[in-house]
Design a protein around this ligand. Structure first.
Ligand SMILES: Nc1ncnc2c1ncn2[C@@H]1O[C@H](COP(=O)(O)OP(=O)(O)OP(=O)(O)O)[C@@H](O)[C@H]1O
Ligand SMILES: [Mg+2]
Length: 572
């Protein structure tokens, strides 16, 4: 109970002002409805003269036309107000849900946000399911007390006529509610937890299967299908149980009414005798028809709140986002980037690396405007990490990074991400066509060696990453960088999947950037970086040597050995 209250309170802080106002109005309107209910019931009781204890052997109908019209009007007003308010509340709820999800997405999409291990399911939960259930829980949490108030209003109307019946009915409903709560609320909370757990399982295994599509290995496919099938079966069972538990109070409606009649009639009979018992039961039936659906709704809503709460909590999860530091300008005007004594360690532990141990140590380097640099070294040396630092995606634990304020970076990562968008949108990396310049897309594709693809620029079909070759994907990534007007280009292993001839042409394109922009090439194939102005050799997180290709091959035995292995003819 306290947890739910906290959830509602924290959730409300995420609501907009307008959202909170509408929620408040919604609550007020529910109270108003309760008053209308009581008034209608009061009039109805008068019309049928239900209160005339001692004379109830004959129920007198003392209706005037105006009273009947008033009752009718009250009921109409109630229905109209109820539907209008529900409509407004639902619309606003949807708006709040969208905004809460959008805010989560904006945080999650930040590369500096630290995600938990289940990244994909975190995305879905925080952006879609969490906000949906949170808004539901909040609206339900407002509805429940208001419905309870309606019940109280009806009981009060009863009190005016027959205090005894009212007290017995009230006691009876309280007992029914407590029993149902005891039996079902724990069950509902458990179902809520199960829904979160198994949805996570399904999302995760579906993501794995998607990655597995390319590996047509029958054994792994079978085992992946089995895991997903199990997770889905658990999830569908949990969903079915949730539906069952939520409808359970409805099934017992008639039973509750019948038992209630017996309880109210019986106890009044024992306390006040037969004539009063008849009056009491007739009043209870009249009130019960209004009261029971309310009791039923309160039960169903409470159970729903309990079942949704675990998922709703996902929307409130806080993500740790490292703020982008303010970089100062380089000390020398011709430099675009300066790193001084930079050390970096990942906070997450991975096999074979101690958590917190430095992946980069005491890195100092300067990148001049318009020059071409190469970053080489063994796999795992820290090249990609260094690039991420240059891009501001990672923040060093010590040392300083200085970036020119006008820096515009274009980065081609080691693995190209292909969005499910048409080619032109993939190159411009724009989700709408509005800002795409087709001639620039064509030019970028051409420079990236994808001239055959230029005919597809007008094509509206989305690219399927599984239907593209590794080299095609790399070149789309390259075209994406060339499309932008950057002054620092970083290429991380962009030609590893290309044939020699295509690779040579790509490097002609990259060479053409010389003078106009600073270029950093990360490469294992040393033949590709022979013409770089300066080569940094990174080994175990340190710069083991820097200089021109020739200088480095003379001074650094490890580099020389790499050259020999790649059979580069240095005499050329
Ligand atoms: N997100 C991460 N969390 C924890 N450790 C990481 C992370 N990314 C990389 N590492 C570790 O940091 C070290 C350097 O990795 P990095 O990707 O920078 O190497 P690299 O030089 O680019 O290698 P390659 O040539 O294979 O691409 C490795 O030991 C790697 O396991
Ligand atoms: Mg790398």
């Amino acid at each position: 109970m306290r947890e739910t209250w906290q959830l509602v309170r924290r959730g409300l802080q995420l609501f907009t002002r307008r959202g909170r106002i509408i929620l408040w109005l919604y609550g007020v309107s529910l109270v108003l409805l309760a008053a209308l209910d009581a008034a209608a019931l009061f009039l109805l009781a008068r019309v049928f003269n239900l209160g005339s204890i001692g004379d109830s052997s004959q129920i007198v109908v003392n209706a005037t036309a105006s009273t009947l019209v008033l009752i009718l009007l009250l009921f109409c007003l109630r229905s109209a107000l109820s539907s209008v308010m529900t409509y407004i509340a639902l619309r606003q709820g949807a708006r709040e849900e969208t905004l809460i999800g959008n805010r989560a997405l904006a945080t999650l999409i930040n590369p500096r946000t630290e995600l938990s291990a289940d990244g994909l399911s975190d995305f879905y939960n925080s952006v879609d399911r969490g906000p949906k259930e949170l808004v539901l829980v909040i609206f339900h949490a407002v509805t429940v007390p208001c419905e309870a108030l309606t019940a109280v209003a009806i009981i009060s109307a009863l009190v005016v006529y027959q205090p005894l019946t009212a007290v017995i009915a009230l006691l009876y409903f309280v007992v029914v509610a407590i029993i149902q709560q005891l039996v079902l609320s724990k069950r509902s909370s458990d179902i809520g937890e199960a829904l979160v757990k198994h949805t996570d399982g399904v999302y995760r295994s579906l993501a794995d299967i998607q990655g597995l599509r390319q590996i047509l290995h029958s054994e792994s496919v079978t085992s992946a299908l089995q895991v997903t099938a199990e997770a889905r079966s658990e999830l569908t069972q949990a969903r079915a149980m949730q539906t069952f538990v939520s409808t359970l109070p409805r099934y017992f409606l008639e039973v509750i009414l019948a038992v209630g009649l017996l309880v109210v009639g019986g106890s009044t009979y024992l306390i006040a005798g037969a004539p009063d018992a008849l009056a009491a039961t007739s009043l209870f039936v009249a009130a019960g028809f209004r009261l029971l659906p309310i009791v039923n709704r309160i039960q169903a809503l409470t159970l729903a709140v309990l079942a949704y709460a675990p998922t709703a909590r996902l929307a409130l999860r806080r993500y740790h986002t490292v703020a982008m530091p303010k970089y100062s300008s380089p000390t020398k005007t011709h430099n675009i980037v300066e790193l001084r004594d930079v050390s970096f360690a990942y906070s997450t532990a991975i096999p074979e690396t101690e958590p917190g141990s430095d992946v980069l140590r005491q890195i100092s380097l300067e990148l001049e405007q318009g020059k071409q640099y190469a970053l080489v070294g063994p796999s795992g040396a820290g090249k990609t990490t260094l690039v991420d630092l240059l891009l501001g995606l990672l923040v060093p634990q010590s040392g300083s990074i200085r970036l020119r304020p006008t820096i515009r970076t274009a980065y081609v990562p080691q693995e190209t991400f292909i969005a499910s968008l048409p080619l032109r949108n993939n190159v411009a990396l724009q989700w709408s066509d509005e800002h795409i310049q087709s001639d620039r897309v064509a030019n970028a594709l051409h420079r990236a060696g994808l001239q055959d693809f230029t005919t597809r620029i007008a094509d509206d079909t989305s690219l399927d990453p599984t239907a593209l070759s590794g080299g095609q994907k790399q070149r789309i990534g390259l075209a994406r960088a060339l499309y932008t007007d950057a002054n620092l280009y970083i290429f991380d292993e962009v030609t590893s999947a290309l044939d020699m001839e295509t690779e040579r042409r790509i490097y002609e394109t990259i060479d053409a950037l010389r003078g106009r922009a600073t270029v950093v090439i990360v490469a294992h194939r040393l033949s590709t970086v022979q013409r770089a102005d300066s080569v940094f050799y990174l080994d175990s997180g340190m710069i083991a040597g820097a200089g021109t290709f020739a200088e480095l091959s003379d001074s650094l035995p490890a580099f020389r050995r790499q050259i020999e292995l790649s059979q580069i003819d240095l005499s050329r």
